[in-house]
Ligand binder design. Structure first.
Ligand code: ATP
Length: 227
């Protein structure tokens, strides 16, 4: 099979501290809405631009792996976590996409999935304009999380206007489009899950059962962050 023939590959990065069903619905609905042939989750090593995660990178990776075990069409890329074990340098998405591009060849369409909140902050990302040469970007919108690109004249607004496309465009090129797509609103965040666990409350049905087992067996998130 040629690289392009392997189909459109979706990439979902995140801190996954912990992975929850909002992430899994995003992944699944992206596959359906965008016609992805496969989807790869990429736990962040040392995420820049945000507070240190509560759990170690290896634990966050393990939770993603146990949630996806046996799910056809889903895979996990441990690259950022492994790199974080070597150095404390932050993991930048542009470097991860360069590695994915080397792995999958120049022709395979790659699609970076982002929530509308993350997309709105894209201009603060390392070498952000290079992202468009490496992958498409699909922006998940949900009520209350519509796409915001600043007031008319921002560089991101210009890129959005020039690159805006629809799902059918993704297979036609390896990179370069920005495609919004709507997903079901699930008001679930890892922050709220960590807060519930720190208060001794249940997070069953907010995280997949294997993740719940992992958290409970290791008594993770029992203390507020930093304690
Ligand atoms: P935190 O609360 O710690 O910031 P989070 O739950 O937002 O974490 P991340 O790991 O930062 O999770 O998110 C990874 C990706 O998943 C981001 O692109 C984010 O927009 C998206 N995402 C997170 N929660 C949801 C949700 N409930 N529905 C859809 N997308 C989500």
């Amino acid at each position: 099979m040629s690289e392009a023939g392997a189909g459109v590959l979706g990439l979902l990065g995140g801190t996954f501290d912990p992975l929850h069903v909002g992430h899994l619905r995003l992944a699944l609905e992206a596959r359906e809405a965008l016609g992805l042939s496969a989807l790869c989750l990429i736990p962040a090593g040392s995420p820049p631009l945000r507070a240190l995660p509560h759990c170690a990178a290896t634990q966050r990776l393990a939770m993603v792996e146990c949630a996806l075990a046996g799910l056809p069409g889903f895979s996990v890329d441990p690259g950022e976590v492994l790199a974080a074990a070597q150095s404390m340098a932050p993991s930048y998405t542009v470097a991860t996409l360069e590695r994915q591009r080397r792995q999958h060849g120049a022709r395979r369409p790659l699609v970076l999935l982002l929530g509308a909140d993350a997309f709105a902050r894209l201009e603060s990302w390392q070498r952000w304009r290079e992202l468009f040469g490496l992958a498409h970007i699909a922006v998940a919108t949900r009520p209350g999380h519509d796409i915001k690109v600043g007031a008319g004249d921002t560089a991101l607004a210009a890129e959005f206007a020039a690159r805006r496309g629809i799902a059918a465009d993704l297979a036609a090129a390896p990179a370069g489009r920005i495609v919004p797509f709507a997903i079901t609103a699930l008001e679930i965040s890892a922050t709220a899950i960590r807060e519930r666990l720190a208060r001794g409350l249940s997070v069953r049905y907010l995280v997949p059962d294997p993740v719940l087992d992992y958290i409970e067996s290791r008594q993770l998130y029992r203390t507020p962050h930093g304690h």
